[in-house]
Ligand binder design. Structure first.
Ligand code: FES
Length: 328
């Protein structure tokens, strides 16, 4: 859930690939940073007031630093643009502790990793972990060009050790984008499939893996998918308004159909952490003590949705007339 922020110093900034910068972050007090697992991300609270999520790309064995890689988004609303246009070396930033919505299942089964563009970041952390534990893996990585592929040399070196396990698709050379459908169709049923990339890639992946065991299919969204019916129920069955009570505060608010709980809390001066506001990052997840949420997010698992003990307050609503939630 929402937890205390950590002060970090930007130790170094490096150009990782065309349009991609890596930032190495150390704890400002010189201590170790909280442990994390491959696939985790952190919220970075930027000096311009924005909060953005970035995957950790370094090995989970490291405690002295976090490394994030940020791609300059042509449609940036201020996050990647800020990080690319400002000299942040030596600056102090606030970050959240790592959260993992895209965890690696360490069960010995082979892993098929599919990355598009900056979607390589959580998968690169996974590859380092898989190398440590010795599970079989195979990567399919689509990038605009050779120059725009992050970690290309490191991945080529890994492929030299075991040829065939790293498969690049450089769009400008191949004349086409990575064919996610054919990769997923050919993947053995006993393999875990992990996919992270732009929305059309994730849509194709979702479609082609719909009949696989849900526990074997793992996806991380940076933005809400264009085709999804998560939490789909007939809107007519939902209450026109519901009450959201903040446990332990005596405060409760009315949320009308079409409003977000997060928005209502903000309008009433109640702070709750958030970032993507699209149900993708998990920053706004809270505990549910009473009531049944109408889950609309893409970050909690099917099991977590069924348990109804947690919810995202940026996109999810309520199936019941009252929800009692706990804010940190
Ligand atoms: S703010 Fe990202 S899931 Fe709610």
């Amino acid at each position: 859930m929402n937890s205390a922020l950590i002060d970090v110093v930007v130790k170094s900034v490096t150009e990782l690939a065309q349009g991609i910068r890596a930032f190495e972050l150390h704890a400002a007090d010189g201590d170790d940073l909280p442990a994390f697992t491959a696939g985790s991300h952190i919220d970075v609270h930027l000096p311009n007031g924005l909060v953005r999520n970035y995957s950790l790309v370094n090995s989970q064995a490291e405690r002295h630093r976090y490394v994030i890689a940020v791609s300059l988004d042509a449609h940036s609303t201020g996050g990647s643009k800020y990080l690319h246009e400002n000299d942040l070396e030596g600056a102090t930033l606030k970050i959240s502790a790592p959260r993992n919505n895209f965890a690696l299942v360490e069960d010995g089964a082979p892993k098929i990793l599919i990355a598009g563009g900056i979607g390589i970041t959580p998968l690169y952390a996974m590859i380092q972990r898989l190398e440590e534990i010795g599970d079989l893996w195979m990567l399919f990585y689509g990038a605009r060009s050779r120059e725009a592929a992050a970690f290309r040399e490191e991945l080529e070196a890994l492929n030299e050790k075991q040829p065939g396990r790293v498969n690049f698709n450089f769009d400008d050379e191949a004349g086409q984008m990575l064919d996610v459908t054919s990769i997923a169709v050919r993947a053995p049923l006993e393999a875990h499939l992990y996919c992270c990339g732009p929305a059309p890639m994730l849509d194709a992946f979702n479609m082609i893996t719909a009949n696989r065991m849900p526990d074997m299919v793992h996806i991380e969204y940076f933005t809400a998918p264009t085709t999804d019916n998560a939490g789909e129920i007939d809107d007519a069955d939902l209450p026109e308004t519901f009450t959201v009570e903040i446990a332990g505060t005596g405060k409760s608010f009315e949320v009308k159909k079409g409003q977000s709980i997060l928005g209502v809390l903000m309008q009433n001066g109640v702070y709750a952490a958030s970032s993507c506001q699209e149900g993708c990052c998990g920053t706004c997840v809270v505990q549910v003590l009473e009531g049944i949420p109408d889950h609309k997010d893409f970050v909690l698992s099917d099991r977590e949705h069924a348990a109804n003990q947690m919810m995202t307050i940026c996109v999810s609503g309520s199936k019941t007339d009252k929800l009692v939630i706990e804010l940190d």
